[in-house]
Design a protein around this ligand. Structure first.
Ligand code: MGD
Ligand code: MGD
Ligand code: SF4
Ligand code: MO
Length: 725
């Protein structure tokens, strides 16, 4: 607990995965709740830079907070404040009932990349270890899961092999399915700074069906048809083969599967690729030529790639190109997934998805389960052998009446999940829905029985890992409001009340972290040399960071010539069985729900610069609200004309699952045939536009990540002309 803080505090920004260092100054006057923020110049990932969200986060921490647990028997009743004692009683009763009726598989937790690593670790220990259910999933399923599956499938393990210094060293940066300028602004500014200094030193290629602030700075913008990225990547492979631009030595020494991939690439001729992607052959040739001719190629990607029914295959498509040209494991080169949330990376390290265990281990591996059971102090066989339910499978389980408890923490699925009407109906079928939240009155609270007040970032201590594998300690610097508690402390208390006193008696978050770091020894993501003390004393550190590593001695890049992954036999460059990376010859399949006569347009849903997700924080920052007052439906003028839409007027957007309305913005910055809505405005907002009522849940078979970037829709003026007369 912190009382009367006086000095400035240091922390990682709690918004995006860039993970900038922030310096927070306490309010100047007594009674003023606003902390002021500026960039921490000494933070190695951001060197003092911040964007509008980081700069205003200190204004968002106090308003509209939950201060006590709230309970209601039925959803049509108002919430009543209850004690923590009574809240734990409700949880224990329902857990015991569910275990008796349905077994451990009837329990599920849906967590978040906005958890601290300690929150993740204790939640997983509770559910997977103490309760024997692997049904812990996180909103990373909607976000990073294709990158996780793609890295593991191609390279043998998760974890971006690159670092931010690579942005300063690459000659060619390919930004694919990422609006970096708005979503990872500080990284984008770093690229722009270089570009301004010397336009020729760095080439930027953007692959996105929309023109964005990112593509505005590009040397080449490939405004491809949504869902055709894998075709494009295979097309580049075809041209690399043709130009004899393959690094034969690297392929022979460090990869497998080249013959199959080369055979597949033969088929993807420039003409075919140009037809399918809707881009010119000349642009495709240009990209391939730049790739072949650049000393350092860096690919950056995010949701335009991951949120796809072939997300994992597309990630493999990117990694393929890096492997065959030897563009990996060295300065300025590599396939670099930009993580969305501030601690999505920490979540992956702590085993925060239904198929994972801590230390980049997997549930399906008996040895991994045994190692974790021993470390956690549970009997052999405590961890179930089958991966748990990914979040959409949790929804389906509720539809069937198979879940007795759905515990949502640090995410707002009644805005962010696809097929929202179906989610709402499924959730109504679950006898106890628990929500751990920092703020009052979210969309998900509307479907909950029990709401637990969470201490958030700034009020609890713990670590986060950013996109370049850098771990920053975020120490508490404000008191939590009312009775709010840290998420990890809530999970630990429940563990003790379930009778696992030894396993869950932590004196502090530092103790939780120490237990976690010991479990990473010998793993790719090893952090056994890190502790809260070391991070407090020496600042943020990159992993791997085995015990004995000197501060600053973490590894900037993975899979290089000198440093292989920890504990690798000699000659093994990648943590696959035989040390070779795997090339994948996946056939492109396209969108799960392609446009058709009835639903002729593809709706894609993404983000605005100022707003964060479901706006529980950013809707309260005047500057940001002024910048983005309402959600806009971006439509190309030719589509606008075809469907009778007028710029600035309202339109109805409908898919097979429902309809929403939004104001039209006619713009030639979007590809004809594609329309765009932001994801931010949920049902509780005055300008509500629940885009995800329109989206479908079909996803990638490997990563189980839903295709949140594309659904078939039609659009019409609103109100309908006949209705308004
Ligand atoms: N301002 C802001 N920044 C954020 C966040 C936020 O809420 N607000 N959230 C954070 C999180 S969790 C995440 S995951 C990241 C997301 O960061 P991004 O992925 O950069 O953001 P999005 O706007 O979701 O989508 C990126 C782009 O994908 C494009 N796209 C759509 N379909 C396709 C396709 O088929 N192929 C290709 N190549 N591109 C396509 C869209 O037009 C869009 O411009 O941002 C992080 N940063
Ligand atoms: N169509 C479409 N849908 C999408 C996306 C898209 O691009 N298109 N993007 C997807 C992606 S990538 C993501 S990451 C998700 C994001 O979607 P969500 O995770 O649903 O969005 P947030 O608003 O970040 O939700 C976090 C919640 O946790 C609360 N919170 C903050 N700190 C704490 C804490 O310390 N403890 C607790 N218990 N609560 C806390 C916040 O108030 C907030 O309500 O949306 C996904 N949905
Ligand atoms: S770029 Fe991301 S991490 Fe950096 S200040 Fe902005 S939101 Fe925070
Ligand atoms: Mo995300």
């Amino acid at each position: 607990m912190v009382s009367a803080p006086a000095a400035a505090a240091l922390a990682q920004c709690p918004y995006c995965g860039v993970g900038c260092g922030l310096e927070l100054k306490p309010p100047a006057a007594a009674g003023d709740p606003h902390w002021t923020t500026r960039g921490d110049r000494l933070h190695p990932s951001s060197l003092g830079q911040v964007c509008v969200k980081g700069a205003t986060v200190g204004e968002t921490l106090h308003h509209n907070r939950l201060t006590t647990p709230l309970w209601r028997e039925r959803r049509d009743q108002p919430f009543q404040p209850i004690s923590w004692e009574a809240a734990f009683e409700q949880l224990l009763t329902q857990i015991r009932r569910t275990l008796a009726d349905q077994g451990p598989a009837g329990l599920a937790i849906y967590g978040s990349g906005q958890f601290l690593t300690e929150d993740y670790y204790v939640a997983n220990k509770l559910l997977k270890g103490a309760l024997g259910s692997n049904n812990f999933d996180a909103n990373s399923r909607l976000c990073m899961s294709s990158a996780v599956a793609g890295y593991a499938r191609s390279l043998g393990s998760d974890g971006p092999p690159c670092c931010y210094d690579d942005l300063d060293a690459a000659d060619l940066v390919v930004l694919i399915g990422t609006n970096t300028a708005e979503c990872h602004p500080v990284l984008f500014q770093r690229l722009l700074k270089r570009k301004r200094k010397d336009r020729q030193a760095l080439r930027l290629v953007v692959v996105d069906p929309r023109a964005t602030a990112t593509s505005d700075a590009a040397d080449l913008h490939l405004a491809l048809r949504p869902g055709t990225d894998l075709v494009l990547l295979h097309g580049v492979g075809h041209l690399l083969l043709q130009a004899a631009a393959i690094n034969q030595g690297f392929v022979a020494a460090h990869t497998q599967g080249f013959a199959e991939l080369a055979a597949l690439w033969q088929v993807w001729t420039p003409q075919r690729v140009s037809d399918l992607c809707g881009i010119s052959e000349a642009d495709l040739h240009q990209l391939a030529q730049w790739w072949a001719g650049s000393a350092g190629v860096l690919s950056l990607w995010s949701m335009g790639v991951n949120q796809s029914s072939e997300g994992t295959a597309t990630v493999a498509g990117i990694i393929n190109l890096h492997l065959v040209t030897g563009q990996i494991g060295r300065k300025g080169a590599g396939p670099f997934s930009l993580t969305g949330q501030p601690n999505a990376m920490g979540g992956r390290e702590a085993g925060g998805l239904a198929q994972l265990l801590p230390g980049y281990r997997v549930v399906a591996n008996a040895e991994h389960r045994a190692e974790v059971e021993r470390h956690w102090g549970f009997a052999p066989g405590s961890i179930a052998a089958e991966p748990g339910l990914a979040v959409w499978q949790q929804i389906e389980a509720m539809e069937r009446g198979d879940l007795g408890l759905w515990w949502v923490a640090a995410t707002n699925p009644l805005v962010s999940m696809p097929s929202l009407d179906r989610v709402r109906a499924a959730v109504a079928n679950c006898p106890l829905v628990v929500l751990s939240e920092a703020y009052a009155d979210t969309e998900t609270a509307e479907v909950a029985h029990l709401v637990l007040p969470a201490a958030q970032w700034s009020e609890k201590s713990g670590v986060m890992t950013n996109s370049e594998r850098r771990v920053t300690l975020c120490a508490a610097f404000r008191d939590p409001p009312g009775e709010a508690r840290a998420d990890w402390a809530i999970f630990a208390e429940l563990g003790r009340r379930l009778g696992f006193v030894d396993q869950f008696s932590y004196g502090s978050a530092a103790e939780v972290y120490a237990e976690f770091t010991a479990l990473t020894a010998g793993r790719v993501c090893e952090v056994s040399g890190l502790s809260h003390d070391l991070l407090a004393q020496h600042g943020p550190q990159q992993w791997p960071f085995p015990a004995g590593t000197q501060p600053g001695g973490g590894q900037a890049r993975l899979y290089g010539e000198v440093c292989a992954f920890p504990a690798a036999p000699a000659g093994h460059r990648f943590p696959t069985g035989n040390g070779r990376a795997r090339l994948w010859a996946d056939l492109p399949l396209g969108l799960a729900e392609p446009p058709c006569d009835a639903y002729p347009l593809v709706l894609t849903v993404g983000r605005y610069l100022g707003h964060w997700h479901t706006m529980t924080r950013t809707a309260h920052v005047a500057r940001i609200v002024k910048q983005h007052p309402e959600p806009l439906l971006e439509v190309h003028p030719t589509d606008g004309e075809r469907h009778g839409l007028v710029d600035g007027a309202m339109a109805q957007v409908s898919s097979r699952r429902g309809s929403v309305t939004a104001r039209v913005q006619l713009t030639d910055r979007i590809r004809p045939g594609t329309v765009f809505l932001p994801m931010h405005w949920g049902a509780t907002q005055a300008k509500a536009c629940e885009a995800n009522r329109l989206m479908h849940e079909l996803g990638c078979p490997h990563s189980k990540q839903p295709e949140l970037k594309a659904a078939a829709v039609w659009v019409a003026p609103w109100p309908r002309p006949e209705a308004s007369t």
